[in-house]
Write a protein that binds this ligand. Structure first.
Ligand SMILES: NC(=O)c1ccc[n+]([C@@H]2O[C@H](COP(=O)([O-])OP(=O)(O)OC[C@H]3O[C@@H](n4cnc5c(N)ncnc54)[C@H](OP(=O)(O)O)[C@@H]3O)[C@@H](O)[C@H]2O)c1
Length: 332
């Protein structure tokens, strides 16, 4: 298999490259050389798909398939797909479940209404305010160019080593500091978190089988709970940390922000009933396998410990604010 990976130096793309090399594929990557080092063993090309002539390096080359893990701007994906449609017969794109408009019902599947994306919309890749619209536009760019010879993998929240969003790394780093840890809401609330390595394996399996389609890629059922996640973080870090679970009403009264201050905390409510209840029946039927979540926690902590500087993470809850809220809770 001669595989072209667009990007391939950060998180999901890196996992795809590593898996592909393990499978014995000949892997070529294209990136600007800014985000990270190319994985050893790839043929690394330089290119910038945000510019009209940025993919010149690809001219005259052919591949068996393209994997595009990090496309964020429809016009860049459209440019890439058009540049490759005669050079590679199959295109795999990593999208997101953020393309769905509504989370008020459980078992959100691939037929659910998506945001109306536009295949040639241009813009700043760093602008995540319209992520769902943008990623839907990217999907359309691939579908319009490659039709059935494409697979769209709509990933849920991704975890694992090299995480460049930092939700699980935030919880690991917080629990590693020890002490009483503010823990949000219902500890039994289920979460669906997909390890980047399982996402990578699924995508490459589809590429190998030339199996087109659109798939949600998450564990089909919740693979952990908020409570188990915090406990796994305590276990992995070996910290002397004790979670203090607080109900959501109290946290709101203290001005604590879901997600931004406490990553992965989505408050319970009618509008979020389906957020951690995505159907991955289609991907499961196509062979998606997911590892135990505790393994993702363990491996992410092992990776974090190899780093000289902290990775990208949400700022999360300020230490003084956490102490204030813990004190208020204890006084109640
Ligand atoms: N993290 C999550 O929870 C989550 C959830 C759902 C979906 N996803 C999806 O998963 C994907 C994650 O992507 P990733 O960052 O892990 O992919 P990646 O392929 O590992 O990294 C992004 C790559 O794109 C390259 N790149 C950026 N701008 C470029 C340009 N103009 N021209 C050429 N190359 C460029 C970067 O290198 P240079 O900067 O050096 O060019 C880098 O190699 C995204 O599609 C995201 O929507 C993530």
């Amino acid at each position: 298999m001669r595989l072209l990976v667009m990007g391939g130096t950060a998180f999901v793309g890196r996992a795809i490259v590593e898996d592909a090399l393990t499978r014995g594929y000949e892997v070529t990557t294209v990136n600007r050389g800014r985000t990270g080092a190319d994985v050893d063993g790839v043929k690394a090309l330089r290119g910038d798909r945000s510019t009209d002539d940025g993919l010149r390096e690809l001219e005259g080359r052919t591949f068996d398939a393209v994997v595009d893990p990090g496309g964020m701007v429809p016009a860049h994906v459209l440019r890439t797909a058009r540049a490759l449609v005669d050079a590679a017969p199959f295109y795999a794109f990593v999208s997101t479940t953020a393309v769905y408009q509504s989370w008020d019902a459980p078992r959100v599947d691939e037929s659910a209404a998506t945001w109306p994306g536009v295949a040639d919309e241009d813009g700043d890749p760093a602008d995540l305010t319209r992520l769902g619209v943008r990623k839907r536009g990217c999907e359309l760019a691939v579908e319009q160019t490659y039709g059935p010879d494409s697979v769209i993998a709509r990933a849920g929240m991704v975890v694992g080593p090299h995480d460049n969003i930092g939700q699980l790394p935030w919880w690991l780093t917080r629990t590693a500091r020890g002490g009483r840890v503010l823990a949000p809401g219902n500890p039994d609330r289920g979460l669906q978190l997909i390890d980047a390595r399982d996402l990578a394996a699924f995508v490459l399996d589809q590429v190998e089988a030339r199996a087109g389609g659109v798939h949600n890629v998450v564990p089909d059922e919740p693979n952990t709970t908020m409570g188990r996640l915090v406990d796994d973080c305590v276990r992995a870090t070996g910290a002397d940390a004790t979670p203090v679970w607080m109900d959501e009403g109290f946290l709101f009264s203290q001005g604590v922000q879901p997600w931004a201050e406490l990553p992965l905390w989505i408050p319970d409510g009618p509008a979020t009933a389906g957020f951690w209840s995505v159907s991955a029946a289609g991907a499961t039927a196509r062979g998606l396998r997911t590892r135990p979540f505790a393994e993702s926690v363990h491996d992410t902590w092992a990776w974090l410990r190899t780093l000289d500087t902290a990775p990208t993470m949400p700022p999360g809850l300020d230490t003084r604010k956490e102490q204030r809220v813990l004190a208020e809770w204890a006084a109640n």
